[in-house]
Design a protein around this ligand. Structure first.
Ligand code: ADP
Ligand code: MG
Length: 369
């Protein structure tokens, strides 16, 4: 059997131009290196899986002028994972190494990952080295929790804040990988994976690998990803809103039943519905439509449905959904709470039309049917 290398490792960028969604950082770093103005202590902050370690390794290779294509040039790069090596001993070992100038290249680069995990005494042992490092030493510290890094370290570092990666950037990157691997994929499937990745490109690639394994040589489809990731198909929300627009609560209630029977959670449903309503609102204006992170084909569906819906109605629905969301956790009968919200939404229009007058018996009969 061929050795399988996970995509997150196989597609680790080897140059700044391949790093996605961190232009503010890659540009600054590149300029600093080109003009010999790189600080000796850098701190990379940001969520996991967004390119911190990747950029640290690129910096290390570039300042030594090493061949870009060599994946690991470990000669002058020392990595310490502070999550598992956080004692004073570990730091002392590192400081001992720092004393010796590099044998090859100009710089020794020390990458300390999850630096906030260092023990207090380890931090203190490290401070002096960080303050007065030998000219050939560069320290790149990385952390997912900047607020846990002590101020004395923060003030000695040049700080780079990494972004979460946008859904569109993740899905574009997944598409590239799919093309390179000659794997057939539906664009909407990649989009779902990208959403599930929640800003972390590494997670996006891992989920992608899983889906590819599942599809075993066939195309990766939207439906398969929905099922595997247990994501609610957003088509349900379009159908619920169609029902609400017809001032009919029967269809939304039946849909809710179907969704709950599939094992989805009522709270997630109401939060998802709110998101859908918000998407309808922003798609009513060409200037806000770009705030929506959905594939092009889906945008059109939103445009169609939002054209049929008055903004004031959307706002009323949103506030009912929001109330339901707030009360959900404390409710004894959560299903009823969601059902009630749907019924209110279905009939909120006629309440307004009737100018607040109590509905007649005749009117009620009509609505129920
Ligand atoms: N900004 C990015 N551009 C391209 N690939 C990325 C990016 N961020 C993460 N990746 C992918 O995820 C993997 C892990 O990224 P890494 O740099 O180790 O993340 P972390 O921020 O947790 O250190 C990389 O090998 C690469 O495949
Ligand atoms: Mg890392």
């Amino acid at each position: 059997m061929e050795n399988f290398v996970v995509s997150a490792r196989k597609y680790r960028p080897l140059g700044f131009d391949e790093v996605v969604g961190q232009e503010h950082i890659t540009t600054t770093l590149k300029n600093a290196i080109d003009t010999n103005k790189l600080a000796q202590a850098l701190l990379f902050c940001g969520p996991r899986g967004v390119g911190k370690t990747t950029c640290a390794r690129i910096v290390a290779r570039m300042i030594n002028g090493f061949e870009e294509k060599a994946e690991v040039n470990s000669l002058n790069i020392f990595e310490l994972d502070a999550a598992s090596n956080n004692s004073v001993e570990d730091i002392r070992n590192l400081i001992d190494q720092v004393r010796y100038p590099p044998q090859f290249g100009k710089f020794k680069v020390y990458i300390i990952d999850e630096v906030h995990m260092l023990s207090n005494s380890a931090f203190n042992a490290f401070l002096k080295t960080l303050e007065e490092p030998p000219s050939y030493a560069i320290f790149i510290l990385a952390t997912t929790e900047k607020h846990k890094v002590i101020p004395t370290i923060l003030s000695r570092c040049q700080i780079f804040d990494f972004n979460r990666i946008q859904v569109s950037d993740i899905s574009r990157q997944l598409k590239k990988v799919a093309d390179r691997e000659k794997i057939k994929v539906e664009e909407e499937a990649l989009h779902l994976i990208a959403q599930k990745a929640d800003g972390a490109l590494r997670d996006g690639l891992s989920i992608f690998d899983l889906m590819v394994t599942f599809s075993s040589g066939k195309a990766v489809t939207f439906k398969d990803v929905l099922n595997n990731l247990h994501i609610l198909d957003y088509d349900y929300y379009f159908q619920v809103v169609d029902g609400l627009l017809a001032e009919n609560h029967t269809q939304p209630l039946l849909l809710l039943d179907e969704i709950l029977r599939k094992g989805f959670d009522g709270h997630n449903f109401i939060v998802g519905l709110s998101e859908h309503l918000r998407n309808l609102l922003v798609s009513q204006d060409a200037r806000t439509i770009q705030l929506m992170e959905v594939p092009e084909a889906t945008k059109q569906k939103y445009l169609d449905q939002s054209g049929a819906t008055a903004p004031s109605l959307l706002l009323s629905w949103l506030s009912i959904a929001n109330q339901c969301d707030i009360n959900y956790k404390s409710s004894k009968n959560q299903r009823l709470l969601v059902e009630l919200a749907l019924m209110k939404m279905a009939h909120v229009q006629s309440v307004f039309k009737g100018n607040g007058a109590a509905p007649t018996q005749e009117g009620l009969k009509k609505k129920v049917n």
